[in-house]
Write a protein that binds this ligand. Structure first.
Ligand SMILES: [Cu+2]
Length: 158
């Protein structure tokens, strides 16, 4: 009986470290479609990749804008509107895309320093306590390759 017990004793720390170090949730492909006017919000997009465990995105912060909200564009009675999201599920091993016409970030007052650099750091807050720091590329309206509308402009028009 000594053999198997010794083996188990050796394996236990390995199993524990595997448990304590799961594949993390991560964010990539982050970009911001800069609003053409200072008074209208810009829109932000990214892709969240779930790790080994389910989690939720609870919010997004940045030092480079006045305010960030999570929104979803939805069709209601044939009209596109958007509603704020307080949290978004990121299932284990799943992929959640914030993309034009669907979920998006609404970003007010992107600051000139970030615009000059062409990128801004966003902090994604997860329900498991993790904070993910991600650089989002800032695309000027004329370079975004889309008519200046969609997720920008006033809040009713989408
Ligand atoms: Cu919005």
């Amino acid at each position: 009986m000594r053999g198997p017990l010794a083996l188990i004793a050796l394996m236990a720390p390995l199993a524990l470290s595997a448990c304590g170090d799961p594949a993390p949730t991560y964010i990539d492909q982050a970009w911001v479609r800069l609003s053409p006017g200072k008074d209208t919000p810009s829109a932000g997009y990214f892709v969240a990749h779930g790790g080994d465990a389910d989690t939720q995105l609870r919010g997004v912060l940045t030092d480079y804008a006045l305010k960030v909200e999570m929104h979803e564009s939805v069709e209601q009675n044939g009209m596109m509107t958007m509603k704020p999201l307080s949290s978004v599920d990121i299932p284990a091993k799943g992929t959640v895309a914030f993309a034009p016409g669907g979920k998006h970030l609404m970003i007010w007052g992107v600051n000139d320093t970030a615009i000059g650099r062409g990128k801004m750091q966003l902090t994604f807050l997860l329900s498991n306590g993790d904070r993910l720091l991600v650089d989002a590329v800032i695309r000027k309206p004329e370079a975004a390759g889309a008519p200046a509308a969609m997720d920008m402009g006033n809040h009713s028009g989408h």
